[in-house]
Design a protein around this ligand. Structure first.
Ligand code: GDP
Length: 162
């Protein structure tokens, strides 16, 4: 149909960054394939995946890759305070090596681990605010706000390009 042909595709490169074991691989597999793996091997690099979403009638193809990022999910584990303390260092890595217009969302993953919470929402929100980052808490396990985290970053990145 003609309207469909008039749509265009914007490719957004997204990187997932953060300490080993915070859930980067599982956030990606949840978003891209709706899959979760309890025994996934922790990774430093990130696998490649793509998914297409629609924003305001435009098709956005998320090309998820480990270099050349325009958008980043900076992930920590809400049950491990050290992974939150390291967020500042990861942010510096992004500022030093990524595109200066990169859009970053701070993601507190494993929000299902309520009884083990070691990073308060307020503490993370304050950090995000003072560093001009978007912020959300997610659970790749419960499929809680994973979609929203990716869609937020894709929409905002699209806006900086448009
Ligand atoms: P990565 O090293 O950052 O890629 O982390 P992984 O995605 O490999 O996850 C590390 C471990 O945490 C694995 O055992 C996952 O099953 C687990 N995990 C990932 N996301 C969640 C989550 O949202 N909740 C819980 N409870 N465990 C998770």
């Amino acid at each position: 149909e003609m309207l469909t042909l008039l749509n265009f595709i914007v490719v957004v490169v997204v990187v997932l960054i953060g300490d080993s074991g915070v859930g980067k691989t599982n956030l990606l597999s949840r978003f891209a394939r709706d899959e979760f793996n309890m025994d996934s091997k922790s990774t430093i690099g990130v696998e490649f995946a793509t998914r297409t979403i629609k924003v305001d009638d435009k098709t956005i193809k998320a090309q998820i890759w480990d270099t050349g990022a325009l958008a980043a999910l900076l992930v920590y584990d809400i049950s491990k305070h050290q992974t939150f303390k390291n967020v500042g260092r990861w942010l510096q890595e992004l500022r030093d090596h990524a595109d200066s217009n990169i859009v970053v969302i701070l993601v507190g993953n494993k929000s299902d681990l309520r009884h083990l919470r070691a990073v308060s929402t307020e503490e993370a929100e304050d950090f995000a605010k003072s560093n001009e980052l978007f912020f959300t808490e997610t659970s790749a396990l419960d499929n809680y706000k994973v979609e929203e985290a990716f869609v937020t970053i894709l929409k905002e990145t699209y806006r900086t390009l448009a």
